[in-house]
Design a protein around this ligand. Structure first.
Ligand code: ZN
Length: 150
């Protein structure tokens, strides 16, 4: 990855950490889950409104490192308005991007989420980046249990 691109990606992550999008609680969510990453101390709550197989509204609350906060913020932007199948596809691609070994591939379908491509070089950070997604998945499935990366 070029230095310029890396810096641009860091800018996006820092911006979403400073000014998280869709932060807050949704009243009467159709889906809700809490996630925890004990390795880093990240905690997140994801609230959802789904309607006719689409994510109508999504928000999050929580405290965590810059990576987990930015990942949650970018995730909410990426999935709003998408069908559940589309969300599942984005989740799979995101997961494969951050856990891939070997040559880095491009993931143009992921849009801004591609900024997390660099975390694959930092195994401890992968859980920070994927925590919001695992929590989202639990919220979509209506699981009451608390999600933990451990
Ligand atoms: Zn973290």
């Amino acid at each position: 990855m070029s230095l310029e691109l890396r810096e641009l990606y860091q800018e996006v992550i820092l911006d979403h950490n400073r000014r998280p999008r869709n932060r807050g609680k949704l009243e009467e969510p159709t889906g809700f889950a809490e996630g925890h990453n004990p390795l880093c101390g990240d905690n997140i709550k994801v609230y959802l409104h789904t309607n006719e197989g689409r994510v109508a509204e999504v928000s999050f609350e929580g405290s965590g490192c810059a990576i987990s906060t930015a990942s949650a913020s970018l995730m909410t932007e990426a999935i709003k308005g998408k069908t559940l199948e589309e969300v599942e596809a984005v989740f799979r691609e995101f997961q494969s991007m951050v856990t891939a070994t070997g040559e880095a591939e491009e993931h143009p379908d992921l849009g801004d989420l591609e900024v997390f491509g660099g975390v694959r070089e930092y195994p401890v950070r992968i859980k920070c980046a994927t925590l919001p997604w695992h929590t989202l998945k639990a919220a979509l499935q209506g699981e009451e249990e608390k999600v933990s990366t451990e």
